[in-house]
Design a protein around this ligand. Structure first.
Ligand SMILES: [Zn+2]
Ligand SMILES: [Zn+2]
Length: 296
């Protein structure tokens, strides 16, 4: 979830398919919906120096700015989200990937498909032995360019790979949580550090947040600075943990517009997902949001 700059450096880039029509009826409906959702979200407070916004000055992005940015969005030809498991998984890691696939289906209203798992690379330039940590780490750039870009299906809106291995971007950094190329619509995320020393519910929520956040970037949604939101940048796991699994009114409007989904039905599907998997608070919250936006 953009835990380091390397993970988010390409967030502002735009892919080639420009389909924005800033003045449309859907946008008007979404403008009317946004105030009804405000009470469910906390405004972004003053960041601590070690928080994302303490470290990086970002302007945020309103719904209007998003529409004007000619965002990348799914097209008729490219509307499937792909998930690729990379390397070996424990049952716990596997469950996190399964939940993410299901969550993305409801969150973006797009079909999600799993690609057959691939093995971790063995080429000498694809990994290093981190002596300090006494563990093997895989290089994100190698995975993106040598494994994911060649695997990207023609109908992919985006391809997200999950691995249980630890990752690093380059020799200047000790590790990285993940990295994406938004222009190439591919990203790789490690579950390794998300799962360490926490209960399943915390680990699973972290994974859902990362999946939703990174896919949002694939649709040109920039970091949110207005609310505590799943699209806000995070600099450390405590910051990730205090963020909701859902997107704020502005970011939700972007998601609904980009993917042409019906707002109340989407919340109901999200409520169903949350209930089924024991995220009780979130389930009630999604249900309340559905009711709030349908109320006259
Ligand atoms: Zn990000
Ligand atoms: Zn937001």
């Amino acid at each position: 979830m953009c835990l380091f700059a390397a993970a988010c450096s390409a967030a502002g880039e735009n892919a080639a398919n420009k389909a924005a029509t800033p003045k449309d009826e859907t946008a008007d409906e979404l403008r009317a919906m946004m105030p009804k959702l405000e009470r469910f979200f906390s405004p972004m407070g003053q960041p601590a120096s070690f928080d994302w916004l303490g470290a990086y000055k970002e302007p945020g992005q309103t719904f209007e700015e998003y529409l004007q940015s000619e965002p990348t969005r799914p097209t008729a030809e490219r509307r499937t989200l792909y998930i690729l498991p990379l390397g070996e998984f424990t049952p716990r890691h596997k469950k996190a990937v399964d939940l993410s696939a299901e969550y993305l289906t409801a969150f973006y209203g797009l079909p999600v498909r799993r690609l057959p798992p691939k093995k971790l690379p063995t080429a000498a330039e694809s990994f290093r032995q981190n002596k300090l940590l006494n563990r093997k780490q895989y290089q994100t750039g190698y995975i993106l360019q040598e494994i994911l870009v060649p695997s990207l299906p023609a109908d992919a809106a985006a391809l997200i790979a999950f691995t249980a291995a630890d990752l690093f971007p380059d020799e200047t950094m000790n590790f990285v949580f993940g990295q994406a190329s938004f222009t190439q619509r591919v990203g790789v995320w490690s579950l390794f550090r998300l799962a360490e020393r926490v209960q399943d519910d915390v680990f699973f929520r972290r994974t859902l947040k990362i999946a939703a956040h990174e896919t949002g970037h694939m649709f040109s949604i920039r970091h949110c600075t207005k609310y505590e939101c799943v699209m806000s940048g995070t600099n450390h796991l405590a910051e990730t943990d205090r963020r909701p699994i859902d997107a704020c009114p502005e970011c939700t409007a972007k998601i609904l517009w980009a993917n042409a989904i019906e707002p109340a039905k989407r919340y109901e599907k999200l409520a169903e997902f949350a209930k089924k998997h024991g995220f009780t608070e979130e389930s009630k919250d999604f249900q309340a949001k559905s009711a709030a936006i349908t109320a006259k």
